[in-house]
Design a protein around this ligand. Structure first.
Ligand code: HEC
Length: 421
Protein backbone atom coordinates (compact mmCIF):
# COMPACT_ATOMS: atom_id res chain seq x y z
CA UNK A 1 0.00 0.00 0.00
CA UNK A 2 3.03 2.18 0.30
CA UNK A 3 2.77 3.82 -3.09
CA UNK A 4 -0.78 5.04 -2.81
CA UNK A 5 -0.57 5.93 0.86
CA UNK A 6 2.36 8.14 0.04
CA UNK A 7 0.38 9.85 -2.69
CA UNK A 8 -2.77 10.41 -0.71
CA UNK A 9 -3.56 13.05 1.86
CA UNK A 10 -5.61 12.69 4.96
CA UNK A 11 -9.21 12.95 3.78
CA UNK A 12 -10.89 16.18 4.77
CA UNK A 13 -14.62 16.71 4.71
CA UNK A 14 -14.68 18.23 1.25
CA UNK A 15 -12.90 15.25 -0.25
CA UNK A 16 -15.14 12.84 1.58
CA UNK A 17 -18.22 14.51 0.14
CA UNK A 18 -16.84 14.22 -3.37
CA UNK A 19 -15.66 10.70 -2.84
CA UNK A 20 -18.84 8.77 -3.54
CA UNK A 21 -19.69 10.35 -6.90
CA UNK A 22 -16.05 10.15 -7.98
CA UNK A 23 -15.73 6.50 -7.08
CA UNK A 24 -19.02 5.87 -8.86
CA UNK A 25 -17.84 7.53 -12.08
CA UNK A 26 -14.52 5.74 -12.06
CA UNK A 27 -16.12 2.37 -11.39
CA UNK A 28 -18.64 2.93 -14.16
CA UNK A 29 -16.04 3.81 -16.79
CA UNK A 30 -13.61 1.12 -15.83
CA UNK A 31 -16.09 -1.74 -15.53
CA UNK A 32 -17.99 -0.79 -18.67
CA UNK A 33 -14.92 -0.65 -20.79
CA UNK A 34 -13.23 -3.69 -19.30
CA UNK A 35 -16.36 -5.81 -19.66
CA UNK A 36 -17.15 -4.86 -23.24
CA UNK A 37 -13.54 -5.27 -24.35
CA UNK A 38 -13.22 -8.69 -22.78
CA UNK A 39 -16.52 -10.01 -24.11
CA UNK A 40 -16.04 -8.65 -27.62
CA UNK A 41 -12.53 -10.08 -27.97
CA UNK A 42 -13.68 -13.42 -26.59
CA UNK A 43 -16.69 -13.60 -28.90
CA UNK A 44 -14.65 -12.45 -31.87
CA UNK A 45 -12.33 -15.39 -31.27
CA UNK A 46 -15.25 -17.78 -30.91
CA UNK A 47 -17.01 -16.69 -34.10
CA UNK A 48 -13.89 -16.37 -36.20
CA UNK A 49 -14.20 -19.77 -37.92
CA UNK A 50 -17.97 -20.10 -38.33
CA UNK A 51 -18.74 -16.43 -39.11
CA UNK A 52 -15.67 -14.34 -39.97
CA UNK A 53 -17.73 -11.25 -40.87
CA UNK A 54 -19.44 -11.27 -37.46
CA UNK A 55 -16.10 -11.87 -35.76
CA UNK A 56 -14.72 -8.80 -37.50
CA UNK A 57 -17.59 -6.66 -36.15
CA UNK A 58 -16.91 -7.83 -32.61
CA UNK A 59 -13.29 -6.92 -33.02
CA UNK A 60 -14.10 -3.47 -34.36
CA UNK A 61 -16.55 -2.72 -31.56
CA UNK A 62 -13.87 -1.22 -29.35
CA UNK A 63 -11.54 -0.16 -32.13
CA UNK A 64 -12.63 3.39 -32.99
CA UNK A 65 -9.90 5.04 -30.95
CA UNK A 66 -6.63 3.29 -30.38
CA UNK A 67 -6.09 4.55 -26.84
CA UNK A 68 -9.68 4.51 -25.71
CA UNK A 69 -8.76 1.83 -23.19
CA UNK A 70 -6.12 4.05 -21.70
CA UNK A 71 -8.51 6.91 -21.09
CA UNK A 72 -11.66 4.99 -20.24
CA UNK A 73 -10.36 2.06 -18.28
CA UNK A 74 -6.80 2.39 -17.04
CA UNK A 75 -7.00 6.02 -16.02
CA UNK A 76 -10.19 5.41 -14.00
CA UNK A 77 -8.56 2.37 -12.41
CA UNK A 78 -5.57 4.45 -11.34
CA UNK A 79 -7.94 7.14 -10.03
CA UNK A 80 -9.91 4.51 -8.14
CA UNK A 81 -6.76 3.28 -6.46
CA UNK A 82 -5.94 6.80 -5.32
CA UNK A 83 -9.54 7.43 -4.20
CA UNK A 84 -9.65 4.27 -2.15
CA UNK A 85 -6.30 5.29 -0.76
CA UNK A 86 -7.99 8.44 0.53
CA UNK A 87 -11.06 6.59 1.65
CA UNK A 88 -9.25 3.99 3.70
CA UNK A 89 -6.47 6.34 4.70
CA UNK A 90 -4.32 5.07 7.51
CA UNK A 91 -6.10 1.76 7.95
CA UNK A 92 -4.04 -1.37 7.86
CA UNK A 93 -5.56 -3.13 4.85
CA UNK A 94 -4.34 -5.09 1.85
CA UNK A 95 -6.77 -3.43 -0.56
CA UNK A 96 -4.39 -0.89 -2.04
CA UNK A 97 -1.63 -3.35 -2.93
CA UNK A 98 -4.31 -5.51 -4.55
CA UNK A 99 -5.51 -2.55 -6.61
CA UNK A 100 -1.96 -1.69 -7.60
CA UNK A 101 -1.37 -5.23 -8.84
CA UNK A 102 -4.69 -5.28 -10.66
CA UNK A 103 -3.64 -2.14 -12.47
CA UNK A 104 -0.50 -3.85 -13.78
CA UNK A 105 -2.46 -6.94 -14.78
CA UNK A 106 -5.07 -4.89 -16.61
CA UNK A 107 -2.42 -2.91 -18.42
CA UNK A 108 -0.86 -6.17 -19.66
CA UNK A 109 -4.30 -7.40 -20.75
CA UNK A 110 -4.96 -4.27 -22.80
CA UNK A 111 -1.52 -4.41 -24.36
CA UNK A 112 -2.19 -7.98 -25.48
CA UNK A 113 -5.58 -6.84 -26.80
CA UNK A 114 -4.02 -3.96 -28.71
CA UNK A 115 -1.45 -6.23 -30.32
CA UNK A 116 -4.17 -8.73 -31.09
CA UNK A 117 -6.17 -6.05 -32.88
CA UNK A 118 -3.14 -4.98 -34.86
CA UNK A 119 -1.77 -8.38 -35.82
CA UNK A 120 -4.86 -10.57 -35.71
CA UNK A 121 -2.86 -13.27 -33.89
CA UNK A 122 -5.23 -15.64 -32.16
CA UNK A 123 -3.13 -16.49 -29.14
CA UNK A 124 -2.75 -12.81 -28.32
CA UNK A 125 -6.54 -12.49 -28.33
CA UNK A 126 -6.88 -15.54 -26.07
CA UNK A 127 -4.18 -14.19 -23.78
CA UNK A 128 -5.89 -10.78 -23.60
CA UNK A 129 -9.25 -12.38 -22.75
CA UNK A 130 -7.71 -14.52 -20.03
CA UNK A 131 -5.72 -11.72 -18.44
CA UNK A 132 -8.63 -9.28 -18.55
CA UNK A 133 -10.98 -11.88 -17.05
CA UNK A 134 -8.40 -12.56 -14.37
CA UNK A 135 -7.94 -8.91 -13.55
CA UNK A 136 -11.71 -8.40 -13.47
CA UNK A 137 -12.02 -11.31 -11.07
CA UNK A 138 -9.41 -9.82 -8.79
CA UNK A 139 -11.05 -6.46 -9.05
CA UNK A 140 -14.42 -7.85 -8.00
CA UNK A 141 -12.74 -9.77 -5.18
CA UNK A 142 -11.09 -6.58 -3.95
CA UNK A 143 -14.30 -4.56 -4.20
CA UNK A 144 -16.03 -7.26 -2.16
CA UNK A 145 -13.21 -7.23 0.34
CA UNK A 146 -13.79 -3.53 0.94
CA UNK A 147 -17.30 -4.27 2.15
CA UNK A 148 -16.15 -6.99 4.56
CA UNK A 149 -13.86 -5.12 6.99
CA UNK A 150 -13.32 -8.07 9.28
CA UNK A 151 -11.54 -9.75 6.40
CA UNK A 152 -9.09 -6.88 5.96
CA UNK A 153 -6.61 -8.80 8.04
CA UNK A 154 -5.86 -10.66 4.83
CA UNK A 155 -2.15 -10.47 4.51
CA UNK A 156 -1.10 -8.25 1.67
CA UNK A 157 1.42 -10.83 0.59
CA UNK A 158 -1.36 -13.17 -0.42
CA UNK A 159 -1.79 -12.67 -4.11
CA UNK A 160 -5.24 -14.12 -4.64
CA UNK A 161 -7.84 -12.60 -2.35
CA UNK A 162 -10.77 -14.65 -3.62
CA UNK A 163 -11.27 -17.47 -1.22
CA UNK A 164 -12.76 -15.54 1.66
CA UNK A 165 -16.39 -15.32 0.63
CA UNK A 166 -19.01 -16.69 -1.74
CA UNK A 167 -19.83 -13.03 -2.43
CA UNK A 168 -16.79 -12.81 -4.66
CA UNK A 169 -18.27 -15.46 -6.94
CA UNK A 170 -21.66 -13.77 -6.90
CA UNK A 171 -20.16 -10.42 -7.79
CA UNK A 172 -18.08 -11.89 -10.56
CA UNK A 173 -21.17 -13.57 -12.01
CA UNK A 174 -22.90 -10.21 -11.83
CA UNK A 175 -19.97 -8.57 -13.57
CA UNK A 176 -20.04 -11.16 -16.36
CA UNK A 177 -23.75 -10.68 -16.92
CA UNK A 178 -23.30 -6.92 -17.06
CA UNK A 179 -20.43 -7.32 -19.49
CA UNK A 180 -22.64 -9.38 -21.78
CA UNK A 181 -25.53 -6.94 -21.43
CA UNK A 182 -23.39 -3.89 -22.07
CA UNK A 183 -21.70 -5.55 -25.05
CA UNK A 184 -25.12 -6.37 -26.53
CA UNK A 185 -26.31 -2.83 -26.00
CA UNK A 186 -23.06 -1.41 -27.43
CA UNK A 187 -23.43 -3.53 -30.57
CA UNK A 188 -27.00 -2.38 -31.07
CA UNK A 189 -26.22 1.28 -30.52
CA UNK A 190 -22.97 1.36 -32.45
CA UNK A 191 -24.03 -0.65 -35.51
CA UNK A 192 -27.77 0.00 -35.65
CA UNK A 193 -28.65 3.02 -33.55
CA UNK A 194 -25.86 5.51 -34.22
CA UNK A 195 -26.66 7.42 -37.42
CA UNK A 196 -23.04 7.56 -38.58
CA UNK A 197 -21.68 4.08 -38.02
CA UNK A 198 -24.87 2.29 -39.05
CA UNK A 199 -24.26 -0.92 -40.96
CA UNK A 200 -25.60 -1.47 -44.43
CA UNK A 201 -28.09 -4.39 -44.25
CA UNK A 202 -26.68 -5.90 -47.42
CA UNK A 203 -23.17 -6.15 -45.99
CA UNK A 204 -22.10 -9.61 -44.88
CA UNK A 205 -22.38 -10.25 -41.19
CA UNK A 206 -24.95 -7.53 -40.55
CA UNK A 207 -27.86 -9.77 -39.65
CA UNK A 208 -25.54 -12.05 -37.69
CA UNK A 209 -24.18 -9.28 -35.50
CA UNK A 210 -27.71 -7.94 -34.98
CA UNK A 211 -28.86 -11.32 -33.66
CA UNK A 212 -25.83 -11.42 -31.37
CA UNK A 213 -26.56 -7.92 -30.13
CA UNK A 214 -30.16 -8.77 -29.30
CA UNK A 215 -29.34 -12.13 -27.75
CA UNK A 216 -26.61 -10.57 -25.63
CA UNK A 217 -29.11 -8.03 -24.35
CA UNK A 218 -31.94 -10.48 -23.77
CA UNK A 219 -30.14 -13.31 -21.97
CA UNK A 220 -28.50 -11.26 -19.18
CA UNK A 221 -31.70 -9.30 -18.65
CA UNK A 222 -33.48 -12.57 -17.95
CA UNK A 223 -30.70 -14.10 -15.85
CA UNK A 224 -29.75 -11.11 -13.82
CA UNK A 225 -32.64 -11.10 -11.34
CA UNK A 226 -31.55 -14.55 -10.17
CA UNK A 227 -28.01 -13.34 -9.47
CA UNK A 228 -29.41 -10.23 -7.80
CA UNK A 229 -31.36 -12.36 -5.33
CA UNK A 230 -28.30 -14.51 -4.80
CA UNK A 231 -26.38 -11.35 -3.98
CA UNK A 232 -28.91 -10.40 -1.30
CA UNK A 233 -29.00 -13.91 0.10
CA UNK A 234 -25.26 -13.99 0.62
CA UNK A 235 -24.64 -10.32 1.49
CA UNK A 236 -23.31 -9.50 4.92
CA UNK A 237 -26.11 -8.93 7.40
CA UNK A 238 -24.83 -5.50 8.41
CA UNK A 239 -24.41 -4.42 4.79
CA UNK A 240 -28.08 -5.04 3.96
CA UNK A 241 -30.62 -2.37 4.77
CA UNK A 242 -34.05 -1.37 3.50
CA UNK A 243 -32.56 1.27 1.25
CA UNK A 244 -30.20 -1.24 -0.32
CA UNK A 245 -33.06 -3.65 -0.86
CA UNK A 246 -35.22 -1.01 -2.55
CA UNK A 247 -32.40 0.10 -4.87
CA UNK A 248 -31.92 -3.54 -5.81
CA UNK A 249 -35.61 -4.03 -6.48
CA UNK A 250 -35.78 -0.94 -8.67
CA UNK A 251 -32.79 -2.20 -10.66
CA UNK A 252 -34.42 -5.58 -11.17
CA UNK A 253 -37.64 -3.89 -12.21
CA UNK A 254 -35.83 -2.00 -14.97
CA UNK A 255 -34.49 -5.24 -16.38
CA UNK A 256 -38.01 -6.32 -17.30
CA UNK A 257 -38.53 -3.68 -20.04
CA UNK A 258 -35.03 -4.46 -21.36
CA UNK A 259 -36.00 -8.12 -21.72
CA UNK A 260 -39.36 -7.34 -23.30
CA UNK A 261 -37.94 -4.80 -25.74
CA UNK A 262 -35.07 -6.99 -26.91
CA UNK A 263 -37.36 -10.00 -27.25
CA UNK A 264 -39.82 -8.00 -29.32
CA UNK A 265 -36.99 -6.72 -31.55
CA UNK A 266 -35.62 -10.23 -31.93
CA UNK A 267 -39.00 -11.64 -32.97
CA UNK A 268 -40.25 -8.86 -35.20
CA UNK A 269 -37.01 -7.89 -36.92
CA UNK A 270 -37.47 -4.18 -36.24
CA UNK A 271 -35.05 -2.19 -34.13
CA UNK A 272 -37.06 0.73 -32.84
CA UNK A 273 -36.39 0.08 -29.12
CA UNK A 274 -32.62 0.27 -29.28
CA UNK A 275 -32.23 3.56 -27.48
CA UNK A 276 -34.76 2.96 -24.65
CA UNK A 277 -33.37 -0.54 -24.11
CA UNK A 278 -29.84 0.87 -23.94
CA UNK A 279 -30.95 3.61 -21.50
CA UNK A 280 -32.63 1.08 -19.21
CA UNK A 281 -29.55 -1.16 -19.27
CA UNK A 282 -27.28 1.72 -18.33
CA UNK A 283 -29.67 2.70 -15.56
CA UNK A 284 -29.60 -0.83 -14.16
CA UNK A 285 -25.82 -0.83 -14.36
CA UNK A 286 -25.70 2.48 -12.49
CA UNK A 287 -28.08 1.21 -9.82
CA UNK A 288 -25.98 -1.90 -9.39
CA UNK A 289 -22.89 0.22 -8.79
CA UNK A 290 -24.78 2.40 -6.37
CA UNK A 291 -25.82 -0.72 -4.52
CA UNK A 292 -22.24 -1.89 -4.22
CA UNK A 293 -21.25 1.52 -2.89
CA UNK A 294 -23.99 1.36 -0.30
CA UNK A 295 -22.69 -2.02 0.79
CA UNK A 296 -19.24 -0.53 1.11
CA UNK A 297 -20.43 2.53 2.98
CA UNK A 298 -22.37 0.62 5.60
CA UNK A 299 -19.41 -1.68 5.99
CA UNK A 300 -17.05 1.26 6.37
CA UNK A 301 -19.29 2.87 8.97
CA UNK A 302 -19.11 -0.42 10.84
CA UNK A 303 -15.35 -0.39 10.46
CA UNK A 304 -15.12 3.13 11.90
CA UNK A 305 -17.03 2.18 15.06
CA UNK A 306 -14.95 -0.92 15.49
CA UNK A 307 -11.80 1.12 15.08
CA UNK A 308 -12.92 3.79 17.56
CA UNK A 309 -13.72 1.10 20.10
CA UNK A 310 -10.39 -0.64 19.82
CA UNK A 311 -8.24 2.43 19.54
CA UNK A 312 -8.47 3.29 23.26
CA UNK A 313 -7.54 -0.09 24.59
CA UNK A 314 -4.80 -0.40 22.00
CA UNK A 315 -3.35 2.93 23.11
CA UNK A 316 -3.23 1.90 26.75
CA UNK A 317 -1.69 -1.43 25.91
CA UNK A 318 0.89 0.33 23.81
CA UNK A 319 1.77 2.86 26.52
CA UNK A 320 2.07 0.10 29.10
CA UNK A 321 4.28 -1.99 26.90
CA UNK A 322 6.47 1.03 26.20
CA UNK A 323 6.81 1.82 29.88
CA UNK A 324 7.62 -1.75 30.79
CA UNK A 325 10.35 -1.50 28.18
CA UNK A 326 11.74 1.71 29.77
CA UNK A 327 11.48 0.30 33.28
CA UNK A 328 13.66 -2.66 32.29
CA UNK A 329 16.58 -0.44 31.44
CA UNK A 330 16.03 2.31 34.03
CA UNK A 331 16.80 1.82 37.75
CA UNK A 332 14.38 3.19 40.35
CA UNK A 333 15.74 6.52 41.52
CA UNK A 334 15.21 7.54 45.20
CA UNK A 335 15.67 11.22 44.32
CA UNK A 336 12.87 10.94 41.78
CA UNK A 337 10.88 9.06 44.43
CA UNK A 338 11.30 11.91 46.88
CA UNK A 339 10.19 14.40 44.25
CA UNK A 340 7.12 12.34 43.37
CA UNK A 341 6.25 12.00 47.04
CA UNK A 342 6.48 15.76 47.51
CA UNK A 343 4.47 16.54 44.42
CA UNK A 344 1.91 13.76 44.23
CA UNK A 345 1.51 12.09 47.62
CA UNK A 346 2.20 14.60 50.36
CA UNK A 347 -1.14 16.33 49.89
CA UNK A 348 -2.76 13.26 51.42
CA UNK A 349 0.04 11.49 53.21
CA UNK A 350 2.57 12.26 55.94
CA UNK A 351 4.78 9.69 57.60
CA UNK A 352 3.53 10.12 61.13
CA UNK A 353 0.23 11.97 60.88
CA UNK A 354 -3.10 11.02 59.47
CA UNK A 355 -4.22 13.28 56.61
CA UNK A 356 -6.65 12.22 53.91
CA UNK A 357 -4.74 8.96 53.75
CA UNK A 358 -3.12 6.90 56.49
CA UNK A 359 0.33 7.82 57.87
CA UNK A 360 3.04 5.95 56.01
CA UNK A 361 4.66 4.78 59.25
CA UNK A 362 1.48 2.71 59.78
CA UNK A 363 1.04 1.27 56.36
CA UNK A 364 4.45 0.96 54.73
CA UNK A 365 6.13 -1.51 57.20
CA UNK A 366 3.99 -4.39 55.93
CA UNK A 367 5.45 -3.76 52.46
CA UNK A 368 9.11 -3.64 53.47
CA UNK A 369 9.66 -7.24 52.40
CA UNK A 370 7.12 -7.08 49.61
CA UNK A 371 7.99 -4.05 47.50
CA UNK A 372 6.21 -5.58 44.51
CA UNK A 373 2.89 -5.48 46.39
CA UNK A 374 3.44 -1.85 47.25
CA UNK A 375 4.14 -1.00 43.64
CA UNK A 376 1.05 -2.91 42.58
CA UNK A 377 -1.02 -0.86 45.04
CA UNK A 378 0.40 2.43 43.77
CA UNK A 379 -0.22 1.37 40.18
CA UNK A 380 -3.79 0.33 40.93
CA UNK A 381 -5.02 1.51 44.36
CA UNK A 382 -7.83 -0.56 45.78
CA UNK A 383 -10.06 -0.20 48.81
CA UNK A 384 -8.30 -1.41 51.96
CA UNK A 385 -9.17 0.36 55.19
CA UNK A 386 -12.87 1.13 55.83
CA UNK A 387 -11.88 4.18 57.89
CA UNK A 388 -10.52 5.92 54.81
CA UNK A 389 -11.99 6.91 51.48
CA UNK A 390 -10.55 5.05 48.48
CA UNK A 391 -7.26 6.38 47.15
CA UNK A 392 -7.45 7.81 43.64
CA UNK A 393 -5.12 6.41 40.97
CA UNK A 394 -2.15 8.76 40.66
CA UNK A 395 -1.44 7.83 37.05
CA UNK A 396 2.30 7.43 37.53
CA UNK A 397 4.64 5.87 35.00
CA UNK A 398 6.29 2.58 35.80
CA UNK A 399 9.62 4.25 36.69
CA UNK A 400 7.87 6.75 38.96
CA UNK A 401 5.99 3.96 40.72
CA UNK A 402 9.19 2.03 41.37
CA UNK A 403 11.06 5.12 42.53
CA UNK A 404 8.43 6.32 44.96
CA UNK A 405 7.98 2.82 46.40
CA UNK A 406 11.73 2.48 46.92
CA UNK A 407 11.86 5.89 48.52
CA UNK A 408 8.96 5.20 50.91
CA UNK A 409 10.37 1.86 52.00
CA UNK A 410 13.83 3.30 52.61
CA UNK A 411 12.35 6.16 54.64
CA UNK A 412 10.28 3.87 56.83
CA UNK A 413 13.29 1.56 57.34
CA UNK A 414 15.15 4.58 58.69
CA UNK A 415 12.35 4.52 61.29
CA UNK A 416 10.63 7.45 59.75
CA UNK A 417 13.42 9.71 60.91
CA UNK A 418 12.35 12.37 58.51
CA UNK A 419 8.83 12.06 59.78
CA UNK A 420 7.08 13.52 56.82
CA UNK A 421 7.33 17.06 55.77
C1 HEC B 1 -6.09 12.29 47.19
C2 HEC B 1 -5.43 11.78 48.35
C3 HEC B 1 -4.31 10.78 48.13
C4 HEC B 1 -3.17 10.95 47.38
C5 HEC B 1 -2.78 12.13 46.50
C6 HEC B 1 -2.39 9.76 47.59
N1 HEC B 1 -3.02 8.90 48.42
FE1 HEC B 1 -2.31 7.14 49.07
N2 HEC B 1 -3.99 6.85 50.14
C7 HEC B 1 -5.08 7.72 50.19
C8 HEC B 1 -6.15 7.14 50.97
C9 HEC B 1 -7.51 7.76 51.26
C10 HEC B 1 -5.69 5.87 51.37
C11 HEC B 1 -6.45 4.80 52.18
C12 HEC B 1 -7.07 3.87 51.18
C13 HEC B 1 -7.71 2.64 51.78
O1 HEC B 1 -7.26 2.19 52.85
O2 HEC B 1 -8.62 2.12 51.15
C14 HEC B 1 -4.34 5.74 50.86
C15 HEC B 1 -3.53 4.65 51.08
C16 HEC B 1 -2.24 4.55 50.66
C17 HEC B 1 -1.35 3.47 51.01
C18 HEC B 1 -1.66 2.33 51.97
C19 HEC B 1 -2.11 1.09 51.25
C20 HEC B 1 -2.43 0.00 52.24
O3 HEC B 1 -1.91 -1.11 52.01
O4 HEC B 1 -3.16 0.26 53.21
C21 HEC B 1 -0.17 3.71 50.37
C22 HEC B 1 1.06 2.85 50.43
C23 HEC B 1 -0.33 4.91 49.62
N3 HEC B 1 -1.60 5.39 49.80
C24 HEC B 1 0.65 5.45 48.81
C25 HEC B 1 0.47 6.63 48.09
C26 HEC B 1 1.49 7.18 47.24
C27 HEC B 1 2.83 6.54 46.97
C28 HEC B 1 0.98 8.31 46.73
C29 HEC B 1 1.64 9.28 45.80
C30 HEC B 1 2.13 8.73 44.57
C31 HEC B 1 -0.34 8.49 47.29
N4 HEC B 1 -0.63 7.44 48.08
C32 HEC B 1 -1.15 9.55 46.99
C33 HEC B 1 -5.16 8.97 49.61
C34 HEC B 1 -4.20 9.49 48.77
Amino acid sequence: MGLVNQLTLTPNTQIVQLMDPLVFLMLAFHLFFLGVTTVSIGLSLMTRKPAPAVSQRFLELMAPGRFLWLVFSLLPLAMLTVLYGLYLHGTENPILPFLERIFVLTLLGYLAAAFHQRTGKRFLGALATLILLGSAFHFMATMTLISVPEQWQFRAQRFLPFTFSIQVVVHFAQYLLFSLLLTGVSILVRYFGWPEGRLDPTQPGTSGIKTWGLALTLAPALLHPVVFLWDFGTAHHFAVSWKVFIVGMVAVAFLLPVAIMSLSMLLSNHLRFIIPAAMCSLLVFGLFLNLEQRFQNTANAEQRTVMARTVDSENTAWTNAREAEYAKSAKPDPALGKKIFAERCSACHKFDTKLVGPPYNDVIPKYVDKPDDLMEFIRKPRKINPDYPPMPNQGLTELEVQSVATYLISQVQDNGKEGGQ
